[in-house]
Design a protein around this ligand. Structure first.
Ligand code: ME8
Length: 513
């Protein structure tokens, strides 16, 4: 049985349609999920929608719909996005599902039974936009530190004894130096916890749109306790609940990676591990917080109304082009300002000129000059041949390391180093000139290049599944010979098979404006 890998995205609020920021997080998880599948793992990739709480209730009110009808509609937009962006999620969870309510009530009951919940009164600031509580001292000019408006709340509330978990959390961080990435963000989490933790209000009594507290239906559970529990629900937990599945749960839990944006790291790296420790459940292996896409320097957000529609981008510029740009342009973990100009430069430079041209030139020459029959690799490789194939063979290990560190941009950078090396090789051995002087050598050179392109084609599948499939189809690579067990020199491209006339895979984008 292959090793299991369980990866999750945040579950998105259904207060409005999805934008490029949501697509970005889910894309990063999709790339990881696809990579791990090709690398022999039994992957479970979860995404979904966060449908309870005041923010969603208010959005439904504005839309003039009941919360359930409203969430059904908006959740559908997020489900549609998974299809239109080629996301390969194995499950899509909605927090309004029965299986999830059961999990929420179970975790509450365990926390209560273990003595970590007490009834009190919450008096303080609350931001509906952030669905977060703030103290007076945290406010900046009367607003949340995120810039969101706050309102004064005074109501009975159940509290979780978060303050009691400070030392245990710090010990856990110490023992698990890879728990949070990037490291700079981990340091922020540690200093936050070192600064002392206050008990956390985990129920609301002034509205109804949420999961009822099991022992007191005057309260609904705080939307973040509800939302975080989704990661457990999807594993078949509680195993004696309506969707319970002991085997699945023990295979998946603890999760290997929770991917989140930096805005919600505290919930995942402080509150969630504290809830899990208090419920005697194992903690996830890693939480990675990536940066924000901004539009003219301002965070792209539903609430701010400066959204960029991922479907529109894919429609205008191509889906794989959009996927490639988002993963390549900005070092993963950093913020980046979105620009169409930068996107077109990447598409035309890296995709059309570098990879597209390489594969088009090589395959066209094979088609024209080798009677469309894939040539064989030389028995005796020249130093130039060896240099190129050695670089191609070394790629998987380098890419794997970068992917395991969520450094997608680095993984692509090292792949494109080999693309450039292959282009330099074409220019230096000039197969078109060999056509007349040494046709045998020309065929060998084209075979070395085709083998290099095969390896690149296999490696870019997680980022650009459709284009990679076209490259591999053009090279006549069997569909069951496209995983990582057949690269790195473990196998070579078959020769003797007939190829069809190659079509360009990455057309140049011509700006008509
Ligand atoms: O926070 N750039 O949901 P949410 C990059 N329901 N990523 C962005 C982004 C941007 N401009 N804007 C949003 C919630 N994101 C909770 C999560 S999880 C148990 C509950 C991405 O709809 C990023 O991943 O506000 C961010 O963390 C997430 O969307 C927030 O989505």
């Amino acid at each position: 049985m292959s090793k299991s890998y369980y990866i999750t995205t945040p579950i998105y609020y259904v207060n409005d349609k999805p934008h490029i920021g949501h697509a970005y997080t889910t894309l990063a998880c999709d790339v990881l999920a696809r990579f791990k599948r090709l690398d022999g793992y039994d992957v479970t990739f979860l995404t979904g929608t966060d449908e309870h709480g005041q923010k969603v209730e208010k959005a439904a009110e504005v839309a003039g719909l009941t919360p359930q009808i409203f969430t059904d509609q908006v959740s559908q937009n997020f489900q549609d996005l998974t299809k239109s962006m080629d996301f390969s999620n194995d499950d899509f969870i909605r927090t309004t599902e029965e299986r999830h309510k059961a999990a929420c009530q179970e975790i509450w009951s365990i926390l209560e039974k273990n003595g970590h919940i007490t009834l009190g009164k919450y008096e303080g600031w609350y931001s509906v936009r952030d669905e977060a509580f703030y103290t007076e001292t945290e406010l900046v000019d009367g607003k949340a530190p995120t810039g969101a408006p706050v309102e004064w709340v005074e109501e009975p509330s159940y509290f979780f004894n978060l303050s009691a978990w400070q030392v245990k959390l710090l010990e856990f961080y110490e023992q698990n130096p890879r728990f949070v990435g990037p490291e700079s963000r981990f340091n922020e989490v540690k200093s936050f916890v070192k600064g002392g933790l206050r008990d956390l209000s985990i129920s609301r009594a002034s509205f109804k749109w949420g999961v009822s507290v099991p022992s007191d239906d005057n309260h609904v559970m705080y939307v973040w306790l509800d939302a975080l529990t989704n990661y457990l629900t999807a594993t078949g937990w509680p195993v004696n609940g309506p969707a319970g599945e002991a085997k699945k749960h023990s295979r998946l839990w603890p999760a290997d990676l929770h991917m989140v944006g930096k805005d919600i790291l505290r919930f995942h790296a402080v509150y969630w591990p504290a809830f899990l420790m208090a419920a005697d459940l194992p903690l996830p292996t890693r939480v990675y917080a990536h940066g924000w896409w901004t539009n003219n320097g301002q965070k792209i957000s539903k609430s701010l109304g400066n959204a960029i529609d991922p479907n529109q981008l894919a429609k205008n510029y191509g889906l794989d082009q959009t996927r490639y740009f988002l993963m390549r342009e900005v070092p993963f973990g950093n913020d980046g300002d979105f620009s169409i100009k930068a996107m077109v430069q990447r598409m035309n430079g890296d995709l059309s000129n570098d990879l597209g041209n390489l594969s088009q030139r090589v395959l066209s020459m094979i088609f024209k000059n080798c009677d469309g029959i894939m040539p064989a690799l030389p028995i005796n490789l020249t130093n130039e041949d060896k240099a190129l194939l050695t670089s191609a063979d070394a790629l998987l290990e380098k890419v794997r390391q970068h992917i395991n560190n969520q450094a997608f941009h680095e993984a692509l950078r090292v792949i494109w180093q080999v693309v450039s090396q292959a282009n330099r090789y074409v220019d230096s051995v000039a197969p078109w000139a060999l056509k007349k002087t040494d046709p045998l050598r020309m065929a060998e050179v084209l075979a070395v290049l085709a083998e290099t392109i095969r390896q690149i084609g296999i490696l870019v599948q997680p980022i650009m599944p459709r284009s990679a499939a076209k490259i591999l189809d053009q090279l006549v690579v069997d569909s069951d010979e496209r995983d990582f067990s057949v690269i790195g020199g473990a196998a070579r491209l078959a020769n003797g098979q007939k190829i069809i006339k190659p079509e360009p895979i990455f057309p140049r984008y011509l700006d008509e404006s």
